[in-house]
Design a protein around this ligand. Structure first.
Ligand code: OSB
Ligand code: MG
Length: 367
């Protein structure tokens, strides 16, 4: 395929409720959508960078800038490109994996729409529906948290993830465990602790958690390995794993026994699949994370989550978990599962009228 041009579209998506983590509180999702145009087909993708560099160094304006200045020109210069070629062409540019992932995914979507193949089939999915968990933000009080969890369990979510931080950890976990019995339960610290907190974190061992996600700093693989020795709760890494090479290092060091795979964080679905394959060969469980995606990003994540190594429920929630109205037909839970899209490419199309209503800017980068 030859890329004719790339559209960068910013949309503002209000959240149904504020989402608080140890790194900040989100009220609205500022999303950068990418549309790649080729003579054969168009492809869509969503960049997972957030408005501020609090979860990772990337942020939306920075992603748009690096795409506009360096990445899109490198791709439109090519006479022929496919998803593998995107990775090769962008390889000399350091970092910016979320920006790279969006461009690679949009090209992959165009390529698969042209050939009539779904993401699920292309990636090697082995299921037609995936079990879904939900990520529950830090709340103002335990009763408020219990009400929220109660609602999600009533909706059918099969696993609950509680966001934690110092001052909001043992008590909320104890309360949810006492009230909801043996529900599948895990926690996510988003790097809020240090190794000096290991005795305190060992207090979580009493609650039979599936895992503790990213307790320590992003670049602290060695200390995660030390922490893993001190906890019975399995350690899962999110922010620390930006590539298959990082995953290999973490596995060698025994820094984790579970990995949260987010395609955006690791540079795309091809690298996400490499991490899946590596973990599967090494007996490390994986699950699909989320970044408050609209239906565009969610569709591709659900396809990835259907691969055989994804043995734990992901943060692949229904659209209504975050948005009153999605830009695609909403993803809805059926018996705690989401159906894997089977149509060509990501298998869903944004609704042009909804898209226009939420759009804050559009930029066309001609090839
Ligand atoms: O750490 O997994 C995380 C959302 C934004 C940034 C980081 C994280 C999250 C979530 C929610 O936990 C995942 C989702 O439901 O999309
Ligand atoms: Mg996380």
């Amino acid at each position: 395929m030859k890329i004719t041009g790339v559209e960068l579209r910013r949309i503002a998506m209000p959240l149904v409720a504020p989402f608080r983590t140890s790194f900040g509180t989100e009220h609205s999702r500022d999303v950068l959508l990418v549309r790649v145009v080729t003579p054969e087909a168009e492809g869509w993708a969503e960049c997972v960078a957030m408005g501020e560099p609090l979860y990772s160094p990337e942020y939306v304006d920075g992603a748009a800038d690096v795409m506009r200045r360096f990445m899109v020109p490198a791709l439109t210069a090519l006479q022929h490109v496919d998803a593998y070629g995107v990775g090769q062409a962008l390889e000399p540019l350091k970092g910016h994996r979320m920006a790279k992932a969006a461009l690679e995914t949009a090209v992959l979507d165009a390529q698969l729409r042209a050939s009539g193949e779904s993401f699920a089939r292309f990636l090697g999915a082995s299921r037609e529906a995936v079990p879904c968990g939900v990520s529950v933000g830090i709340m103002n009080s335990i009763p408020e948290l219990l009400d929220a969890v109660d609602g999600y369990i009533a909706e059918g979510y099969v696993r609950i993830k509680l966001k934690i931080e110092p001052g909001w950890d043992l008590e909320p976990v104890r309360a949810v465990r006492e009230r909801f019995g043996d529900v599948l339960l895990q926690v996510d610290a988003n790097a809020a602790y240090t190794l000096t907190d290991s005795a305190h974190l060992a207090g979580l061992d009493a609650f039979g958690l599936l895992l503790i996600e990213q307790p320590l700093a992003d670049d602290d693989l060695v200390q995660h390995a030390e922490l893993a020795k001190r906890l019975r709760t399995p350690v899962c890494l999110d922010e620390s794993i930006e590539s298959a090479a990082h995953a290999a290092a973490a596995i060698s060091l025994k820094a984790c026994s579970v990995i949260n795979i987010k395609p955006g964080r690791v540079g795309g679905y091809l690298e996400a699949r490499r991490i899946h394959d590596l973990c599967r060969a090494n007996g490390v469980a994986v699950w699909c994370g989320g970044m408050l995606e609209t239906g565009i990003g969610r569709a591709a994540n659900v396809a990835l989550a259907a691969l055989p190594g994804f043995t734990l429920p992901g943060d692949t929630s229904a659209s209504r978990r975050y948005f009153a109205r999605d830009v695609t037909p909403p993803f809805e839970l059926r018996d705690g599962h989401l159906d894997v899209p089977a149509g060509p490419g990501i298998g869903v199309d944004p609704d042009p009228a909804v898209l226009d209503e939420v759009t804050t800017s559009v930029e066309w980068l001609a090839g």
